[in-house]
Every structure is written in C-alpha cells, then in structure tokens.
Design a binder for this molecule. Structure first.
Ligand SMILES: Nc1ncnc2c1ncn2[C@@H]1O[C@H](COP(=O)(O)OP(=O)(O)OP(=O)(O)O)[C@@H](O)[C@H]1O
Ligand SMILES: [Mg+2]
Length: 697
C-alpha cells in the first residue's frame, strides 16, 4: 500500500492556521477585515487576557443567512471571488476563504449573524416597526473544527464572532504566545491601524471592561489622527496628496481570441497617494511608525519603505526614520495581494513607477512646504530642549524586540523578499493608573487615558543618533500628547509657516554669539548659525562633488593622523571617495596618515575629528547594502561630516553682513528646514503667539 494519503480537512485547516493565525492579533485582523468587507460602519472588538481567553468582534455589516453561516466555516468557501481571473483584481480584503475555518480549527468559535432580509421579515412577524431592529438570524457553535450546535437567534443585522480559548487544542502554538500585555499591544496596534485607514467608521476596542480605542466616525483623516495620536503629533505632520494617470495597464491585454469584442479596452486607471508625513524634526529609531495602506489594506512593503527613505534622503539621517501614514490607491488589477497567506504583502505590477511616484510626491511636498519648526513644538518635542552643540553621547531609547531598526537602504528590486511583518512596536501595559502622563491628565476619563496609552505604544521614541557634536541627543516623551482643545486645533497647527521667505529676513543681532535673531513679517526668527551654515555647506559639497569640482586647499604642513590598525583597513576602503572630496592623504608609517590637502575651510583639529568620524561611521555600515547604496550613503556621510566640521561654530561673533549672507545662502538651499542630521535650523516665534503672550489678542 502506498504511503501517501490525503490529509483530513481538520489537519489541512490547522496547517493553514499555522500561517494565518499565529497570535490573537492575527485573529482580530481576519475578523476585522471580514467586518470591513461586509460593509460594517461600526465595529466593536472585545478581548480578554490579551485575546487568549476571548476575542469578540461585533459588526453591523450585511450579515449572513443560515446557509452562508454554515458554509463560511468550510475550507475555501468565500463570497468574494469566483474565478481565478478575479484573483487579478481583488477589491476586498479577504479572498482566500481560509480565515474562519483556520480559526475554528484551533479555537472554540461561536457565530451570531443576521441579514437585513431576515431583519424585515422578523420585524413584521414580531410586529416591530419597519426599522425592525431584531431579526431571526443564526447561531453556530464550533470547536476544533467541528460544528457543535446550530439554532435560530434573534439579533439585529450584522455579525458577532466570538473566539475563545485560542490554541486550546494545539499546545505547541499556545507556548509561543507572549505575555498578555504584549499580545494586547499587538491587538491594540492592529485596531489602531485599521481605525486610521477608515476614519468614517466607528471602532471600539475593549479589554476586560476598559476601553483602549474609542474612535467615533469623523470626516477627515486628519481628525482621526488627532483622535488617535493627539494634537502634538498632528502638528508635526504635513499632508500630502498627489495623483497620476497611469500610462498603461499593469496587466497585459488578453490574446485576441480571448478578447470580448464588446468589451472596451482596459483603462489604465489612476494612481493616488494621500496621507501624512512628518516634519524633519520628528524622527524615529525604526520604521514602525511608517504605516502603509494599499487600497485600505495594511501592508508592509520594502519597495514603499525604500521610496519613503529616498524622499527623506539628506533631510534626516539615514539611521532615522520618519513618521508616515501613506494611503495608496491603485486600480485593483495593478497590485497582486495574493502573495502571502496573511495578506500583509503586496506586489505592484508596475513597481518602479509606484516607487518613484511615492518618492517624488513626498519629496516634492517636503520641498514645497519647507516646514519651519514652531517654537513651542520644538521646545516640547525635540532635541532643542538641550540647545547646546556640546556633544552628548547618543542614547537611543531601548527598542522592543519587535523593533526593526533602520538599516541601509533597501533595494527596490528585492521587494519580493519582504521582511517579516510585525504588527506592533511595543507592549502596552494594561494597568490603568500607571500611565506616563502628568497629573492633570490623570484626571481624564479612563477611556481617554487608555486611548492615549494605546497611541503611546504606537508612536515609537525619537531616534537618538550617536554622531559627534553635529548630532543632538534626542530625548522624547511627548509624542502621544492628549488632544487639548477640540477639533479646531486640528487646523490651527497646520498653518503654513514656511521658510520660503528666509532670504528677506532682517537680522537683528546674535544671541550669545550662537543664534541669529531676525525679524520677518511672520514673527521673530531664531536661526542656529552652526546648523544653518552646515546645511549650506552640505548642499554645496554634494553639488561640487557631483560635478567633480571640489575646492581643495594645500596645508602648509601635512597633518599627521594616527589610526588604529582596524581603522587603517576602513580608511583604505573610503580613501578613494575622500580623495574625490578634496583630500590628499598618504600613508606615513604603518599606523599614521599624512594629510597634505583638504577641502577648503577644514583644518587642524576639525580636520582630524572629521576624518576620525568618517572612518568610525564607515566601520559599522550595513554590510548587506548594495555597493551602489553604500557609495551614495558614504558620499552623503562625508559631505555631512565636512560640512559639520567646517561650518561656523557657536560662540562665534558674526557681523551683520555675514548674518545676511548666511540667511540668503540658507534661503537658496533645497532644504533650509533641517541640518543633514535632522535638527531644526530655524525656529519661528510667530507674530500671533507674540501678540497672544502680550494679551493683545
Ligand atoms: N463579519 C462578517 N459579515 C458577513 N459575512 C462574513 C463575515 N465574516 C465572514 N463572512 C463570510 O464568510 C466567508 C468566509 O470568511 P473567511 O474570512 O473565512 O474567508 P474570506 O474573507 O472570504 O477570505 P480570507 O480567508 O482571505 O479571509 C466570507 O467570504 C464572507 O462571505
Ligand atoms: Mg476573511
């Protein structure tokens, strides 16, 4: 007798469950997506013990009739697609017909559901009004894949699915579950993500009896961000919206014999990008604060992550990541979502077009907005709390095990080899009362606190970078500030103060010979002279390097620099690029270099520090990054380092002419908003704030 046999449905479902259901958050994801596919406007999620004991998702969607309620638990049973062709243009979140049977094979599940047809029928038979709240629906109970019980149930239109004792029959799986708080944080992050993608819907998440997310419907995405993350974060985000007509369709035309002559030729459709991106001063240690939705599906995509990193190139350091909420809308046939069982990845049919469009949309928005750091916001949420240029050793805040550090740039072509997708950045402590907020905020209702707590878990700490004096130590505790004074605030902070008029400012003088004070129509400006000059030089060096016209100067006496043996090895790797940047360096003994020429403006101690810095940073570069990427980032690093070490220092007196010159040069730069390390260059004390402070308005 042969040894091969067909697996039972139960085993097949458990295998599928291994891919689809690996923790409570993935159950919530599947149920939530089903509710959204069913057109629900209100979705309420309850969990107990981080979802291990109970997950209940209730919606007011279209519901199911009795036959469908039973079929839903069959493997490969779906109402969402019929033919393989439809796989090419999936417009729903689900399509595999796998989620419910998989969940039911590893947990005890009960389903209560009713449609509106049954609703009106029951309404009239029970003598209820036309609205007929309750109707005769269906109640199904299933455990370990077996249907235990089916009966009629009276309920309003919609569906409630309860999943209890997750992995009760698969102890090996159960062992992999993390602490309750961790699982709960994953669930919270997931619900928050979906709430961000669907501002017009009502989302609620409750754990035991307290509310973690409570997001009633709002009309605009900005209001949802305000609800979830608070005013501070919203004020650090800028909107982006762009669209382009695709030139061709990603799918090839069917062959002539398959073509329906009556059917019009395929229209290529439109690619739309909308969402929010952070001002340069808001930086994160990892990419967990980048949320990408493709046709409202939350996905993790290397291609788009790369496009975003490219948009911020030279605006924030390559080791930091911005906060981005990106909603991409493409015709369904332009994206293949049938790539991974958990449906968290997507493959675009016109990859480079999508990549470049996203990159350019954000980059152009950033350049056009030239956001200036508001005085108050910068004080509260940025390194400006320690405004000195004294080097402070970088102390990146501890990341959670799920953190995905920003490493070298990803290769856009390797989008297929997507990294694993973690649904949440860090655990939330579910204990009310132990929240990281000030005393006044503790008085807020419990519900609000929990919402903030969820938001705090989502928003990672600021990135702390360890570069020398040019890079500040970021200390951040204020991202998830609570909403303060109503939805009007949503608008207020988006006011378009920008740096376009820097060139017309009138310098008034210096503050402690370190900051330039300047008057403009918008108010009082304070410009950090060191970082301003650093930005000017940085762009100049990159430009000159590009056309191979770097200005170098011969040193009167060669500068001797001692290196350790391993530093000599790294130096050999970067020597060529240094030479192209104006250096002339020769070995002078086994561990000593003689620097004979250097870029203009760089000498003595600064020159030596700069060389050490470049060597140090090159030592721990990402080994796996492609050569090309390495070269570009090396070039950027060298330019940033030369700029930093040759820029005007603080505690340097400047005459009015020099100040004027600096402001003019700064205005000409592409990014007068932040130094290459992401620190703000100019702060504005707005005219409005000044008037307010003097009680004039
Ligand atoms: N909340 C709900 N409201 C209405 N119908 C539902 C709901 N949940 C599930 N269904 C029905 O049950 C079917 C099976 O659900 P299931 O999640 O197993 O598969 P799917 O959503 O079609 O595909 P996938 O496995 O990709 O999620 C769905 O196609 C849908 O018709
Ligand atoms: Mg589904």
């Amino acid at each position: 007798m042969g040894r091969i046999r067909v697996l039972s449905d139960q085993v097949a479902n458990q295998i599928a469950a291994g891919e689809v259901v690996d923790r409570p958050a993935s159950v919530v994801k599947e149920l939530l997506e089903n509710s959204l596919d069913a057109g629900a406007n209100r979705i309420r999620i309850e969990v107990e013990a981080g979802g291990r004991k109970l997950i209940r998702v209730a919606d007011d969607g279209q519901g199911m009739n009795r036959d469908d309620a039973l079929l839903a638990f069959e493997r490969h049973a779906t109402s969402k697609i019929r033919t393989a062709d439809e796989l090419l243009s999936i417009a729903t979140l689900g399509f595999r017909g796998e989620a419910l049977p998989s969940i039911a094979s590893v947990a005890r599940v009960s389903l209560d559901t009713a449609t509106s047809e049954e609703s009106s029928a029951a309404g009239s038979s029970a003598g209820l009004s036309q609205a007929g709240r309750n109707s005769i629906g269906t109640h199904v109970e299933i455990a370990g894949g077996k249907i235990l019980h089916v009966e009629d149930a009276v309920r309003p239109r919609g569906t409630t699915i309860s999943v209890s004792d997750l992995f009760f029959n698969t102890p090996a799986r159960r062992k992999f579950l993390r602490a309750e708080a961790t699982e709960l944080s994953h669930v919270t992050a997931l619900v928050t993500h979906y709430a961000l993608a669907h501002p017009e819907k009502h989302f609620e998440l409750l754990s035991a009896s307290h509310s973690l997310v409570s997001a009633p419907p709002v009309t605009r995405p900005a209001e949802r961000i305000y609800q979830i993350f608070g005013k501070e974060t919203l004020s650090q985000l800028l909107p982006v919206a762009a669209e382009t007509r695709l030139e061709r369709s990603g799918l090839p035309e069917p062959p002539p014999w398959k073509r329906d002559p009556d059917e019009p030729p395929r229209q290529p459709g439109i690619l739309r990008v909308s969402g929010f991106y952070s001002k340069p001063e808001l930086q994160k240690l990892n990419r967990n604060s980048i949320y990408i939705f493709v046709n409202k599906r939350l996905i993790r995509d290397r291609l788009l992550l790369h496009a975003i990193a490219e948009a911020y190139r030279n605006i924030i350091p390559p080791t930091s990541s911005p906060v981005v909420l990106l909603f991409l809308e493409v015709p369904p046939e332009e994206v293949d979502v049938n790539v991974h069982p958990a449906k968290t990845e997507a493959r675009f049919r016109q990859q480079s077009l999508v990549h470049d469009f996203v990159r350019d949309s954000i980059r152009h928005a950033l350049i056009a907005a030239r956001p200036v750091a508001g005085f108050k916001a910068a004080l509260e949420s940025s390194p400006a709390a320690t405004p000195s240029l004294i080097p402070v050793p970088g102390s990146p805040l501890p990341g959670s095990p799920d953190d995905e550090p920003v490493s070298g740039q990803a290769d856009p072509d390797s989008a297929a080899t997507s990294e694993s997708f973690t649904l949440t950045p860090r655990p939330v402590s579910p204990i009310p009362g132990k929240l990281p907020f000030g005393a006044s905020e503790m008085a807020a209702p419990l519900e609000q606190q929990s919402l903030r707590q969820a938001a705090a878990a989502l928003m990672e700490p600021f990135a702390g970078t360890a570069e020398e004096s040019c890079s500040p130590d970021y200390d951040f505790a204020a991202v998830a500030r609570p909403p303060q004074d109503g939805a009007a605030a949503v608008e207020a902070e988006q006011a378009a103060a920008n740096l376009n008029r820097l060139g017309s400012l009138r310098p008034l003088g210096q503050l402690r010979e370190s900051f330039i004070l300047a008057a403009g129509d918008e108010g009082l400006w304070i410009i950090d002279q060191h970082v301003a000059h650093e930005r000017v030089l940085f762009e100049k060096i990159l430009r000159e390097r590009q056309v191979e016209q770097v200005q170098r100067q011969r040193l009167l006496m060669p500068l001797l620099v001692e290196l350790k043996p391993w530093q000599m090895v790294i130096f050999a790797q970067v020597a060529d690029e240094l030479e192209r940047n104006g250096f002339e360096v020769e070995p002078f003994g086994p561990q000593t270099l003689a620097v004979k020429a250097a870029p203009v403006g760089l000498e003595g101690g600064s020159l030596e520090r700069m060389l050490h810095e470049v060597i140090e940073q090159s030592g721990d570069g990402p080994a796996e990054a492609s050569l090309n990427e390495n070269l570009t980032s090396l070039r950027t690093r060298i330019a940033a380092s030369i700029a930093c070490h040759s820029a005007i220092k603080i505690n340097t007196p400047l005459d009015p002419k020099r100040m004027e010159w600096l402001l003019l040069e700064l205005a000409k730069t592409e990014h007068p908003t932040s130094c290459p390390h992401g620190r703000p260059i100019a702060l504005l004390y707005s005219w409005k704030d000044i008037q307010r402070a003097f009680h004039r308005i």
